[in-house]
Design a protein around this ligand. Structure first.
Ligand SMILES: C[S@@+](CC[C@H](N)C(=O)[O-])C[C@H]1O[C@@H](n2cnc3c(N)ncnc32)[C@H](O)[C@@H]1O
Length: 316
């Protein structure tokens, strides 16, 4: 294990997560976000587990993940079944059922719409432009910071709220008796709304050194939604380290595990260049501040403000 970044801490391990997860203490991680190798895919780069062995392979890993996750934590799993002999494989569904019997709650399914998918032609289907993002929890009550991912209300609100009917001004309960209801007029004067469970994100095209890297926006969205500064994020299939890089940028501690030495080294390289460029920016701004101190007294110290989220002090 190597600590490659401090404050926030980033710990990375080279090895098989089936072994290394055993070193992580019980109930210690706030968010697990990962994309494991999918069944029968990318055999030439990092193996590829056979479809009919996938559940058997993954279940000991999810057992460890269940152990290391805090009771208030969340596990986000990006996975998608492919087509085999003209049929969608069912291994992801089988995995969900098995994980439920292991003790996980299957809380939610997000859709990652890959908005930059290029077109194609297949005889019996269209371009597959989405992936599953499964959310699992240990408890019904878990940490979720919904305000952190609010989006501008946009044109919907402008048009919809212009001419409200009488019905729009009352709370209308769901006709299917779900217990949910809506009052459209509540949105007057608000410029932000909650997003849906469909994420429209482009796939990563710039990371030429890893064939299946997350776009940074994907772990970023879930890290903001399920953690606060100082929390611990784990990616047991770290790849090129996107989760850890984003976690560090957002002041979250993180742990990454990768089996392939070349990807492990790639993560170290990426962190080193980030640390170097941060040091350079820091030195530049320090020399800028020093030159300002000579002529302007108010620039002679670095103000420290309490961090609103966790009460710790952070240098601004
Ligand atoms: C889909 S990629 C993850 C990509 C990552 N999300 C990123 O942004 O770069 C899966 C990674 O898991 C690694 N891997 C496969 N089996 C593993 C195992 N048993 N333990 C740890 N890592 C493993 C592969 O080498 C690969 O880099």
């Amino acid at each position: 294990m190597e600590i490659i970044n401090q404050q926030p801490d980033t710990k990375i391990y080279l090895g098989d997560c089936r072994d290394i997860l055993k070193e992580i203490p019980d109930n210690s991680v706030d968010l697990i976000i990962t994309s494991p190798p999918y069944a029968d895919q990318r055999k030439s780069t990092y193996g590829g587990i056979e479809t009919n062995k996938y559940v058997e392979w993954f279940i000991p890993i999810s057992e460890e993940l269940l152990r290391v996750l805090k009771p208030t934590g969340t596990f986000i799993l990006n996975i998608k079944e492919k087509v085999v002999n003209g049929e969608r494989s069912t291994y992801v569904m089988e995995l969900i059922l098995k994980m439920r019997s292991q003790g996980w709650l299957w809380t939610e399914e997000f859709i990652w719409h890959k908005k930059n998918s290029y077109p194609g032609k297949w005889p019996n289907r269209f371009r597959d432009a989405w992936e599953r993002i499964l959310q699992f929890n240990k408890n019904k009550h878990f940490n979720m910071y919904q305000e952190a991912v609010m989006i501008p209300t946009g044109d919907w609100a402008k048009n919809r709220l212009k001419n409200l009917s009488e019905a729009d001004k009352r709370r209308e309960n769901s006709k299917v008796l779900s217990g949910f209801g809506k009052n459209i007029s509540n949105w007057i004067g608000r410029d932000k709304a909650y997003p849906t469970n469909v994420l429209h994100l482009a796939t990563e095209c710039n990371n030429k050194k890893h064939s299946a890297a997350f776009p940074e926006s994907l772990p970023e969205w879930f890290i903001k939604l399920f953690t606060i500064e100082g929390d611990i994020v784990l990616d047991p299939f770290m790849g090129s380290g996107t989760t850890n890089i984003v976690a560090a940028r957002l002041n979250r501690n993180s742990i990454g595990i990768e089996i392939m030495p070349e990807y492990y080294s790639l993560v170290k390289e990426r962190f080193n260049s980030i640390i170097e460029s941060n040091n350079q920016t820091h030195n530049e701004s320090r020399s800028h501040r020093q030159s300002n101190t000579i002529c302007k007294r108010e620039y002679s110290f670095i103000p420290r403000e309490p961090n609103k989220e966790n009460g710790n002090f952070k240098t601004t």
